[in-house]
Design a protein around this ligand. Structure first.
Ligand code: SAM
Ligand code: SF4
Length: 328
């Protein structure tokens, strides 16, 4: 089976949000106050998530990434990993976390079968980290990264949201981290998914500028990877000491290569980060639908996948949802 949309894109990648809640309040992801979160019963159970993933894998999904909100706020997160790890045909499971609970959970997650982990870290300065995340958790995140390394996660990717006027003066320090540690550091362009307020075009620090800064200090060579399309453009240091990447969603959109769909914590299937149209899989799951009916709903949603995010087109309207709610 293959999930192919009307633009010929093969959809192999499913992002699953375990919760929209978070113990941070990153400025680029949600407002400080007034966030409303889904109530407990609205959130998919692990049985429901497992069922959707099984059906999606039968349709051609090969990669799943668990995200949120903060996925490790579901205390039994290792259990969903081990359930998904048993699904035949699912080649790859990853998880994206803010790292706060990773020191404690790295070993159980690894034992459950998780190998790929992305940790968000926007500053190497504890005070600046606190200004960005609105939480004093820098040392917990660093301890989480160290634990991930210790238990043998590979790859470990560090996600840095690049914000103009903030990130520039740490680009070299992050590149140095990528040279010193076995972490691939990826700079993600700031997208208009912060719930209003923080994003502006001027606040986007283009990925190319970041690469130019790093290249001037330590020459970079592009890495070409076969296999499924990834949003990151990856480079290795010419002297062989590590890798950095950019995810230039705003300045160099890669929508024509997009191979992903997203399941929100309350069971809505979105086919674009910026898409407000969703398919209510939870209603099907809880309404007694058969696997075939769920499969049809997923395939139908894919057929209507948006051509692209349109951020750079006149008349672009920001979606009402935040990154935390749709599942970044
Ligand atoms: N809480 C986890 C974390 O922070 O890693 C997982 C969810 S978070 C929404 C997933 C990724 O989206 C993080 O790397 C975060 O930095 C990134 N992100 C959040 N808001 C963003 C925005 N407006 N633009 C670009 N990336 C963003
Ligand atoms: Fe939470 Fe992650 Fe959003 Fe930060 S980026 S507020 S850690 S969901």
């Amino acid at each position: 089976m293959a999930l192919v949309d009307t633009f010929g894109r093969s959809i192999v990648n499913l992002r699953v949000s375990l919760t929209d809640k978070c113990d941070m309040r990153c400025v680029y992801c949600m407002p400080e106050e007034g966030m409303r979160f889904f109530r407990g019963a609205e959130i998919l159970t692990f049985d429901e998530i497992e069922r959707v993933v099984r059906v999606a894998v039968d349709l051609g999904i090969r990669k799943v990434r668990l995200t949120g909100g903060e996925p490790l706020l579901r205390p039994d997160a290792p259990e969903i990993v081990s359930r998904l790890a048993r699904i035949e045909g699912l080649a790859d499971i990853g998880l994206t976390t803010n790292g706060v609970h990773l020191e404690r959970l790295a070993a159980p997650l690894h034992e459950a079968g998780l190998r790929r982990i992305n940790v968000s870290l926007d500053s190497l300065d504890p005070e600046r980290f606190q200004r960005i995340t609105r939480r004093a958790a820098f040392h917990a995140v660093m301890a989480g990264l160290a634990a991930a390394e210790r238990v043998g996660f590979h790859p470990i990717k560090v996600n840095v949201v690049a914000v103009h006027g903030t990130t520039e003066d740490e680009v070299i320090a992050f590149a140095e981290l990528a040279r010193r540690k076995p972490y691939q550091v990826r700079f993600i362009e700031f997208m208009p998914l912060d719930g209003g307020g923080a994003w502006s075009r001027e606040a986007v620090l283009p990925g190319r500028e970041i690469l130019a800064r790093i290249h001037a200090r330590w020459p970079l060579v592009p890495v070409s990877r076969n296999g499924h399309a990834e949003p990151a453009t990856v480079f290795r240091f010419a002297d062989g000491r590590g890798e950095v990447g950019i995810i230039p969603t705003v300045t160099e959109p890669f929508c024509e290569r997009c191979n992903r769909i997203r399941l929100t914590a309350n069971g809505q299937l979105h086919t674009c980060l910026f898409g407000e149209r969703a398919t209510d899989l939870r209603a099907l799951l809880r309404g007694g639908a058969s696997d075939a009916e769920i499969a049809r709903a997923i395939a139908d949603a894919v057929l209507h996948k948006e051509p692209g995010h349109a951020i750079n087109e006149p008349g672009f309207r920001r979606p009402a949802h935040t990154m935390s709610r749709i599942g970044g």
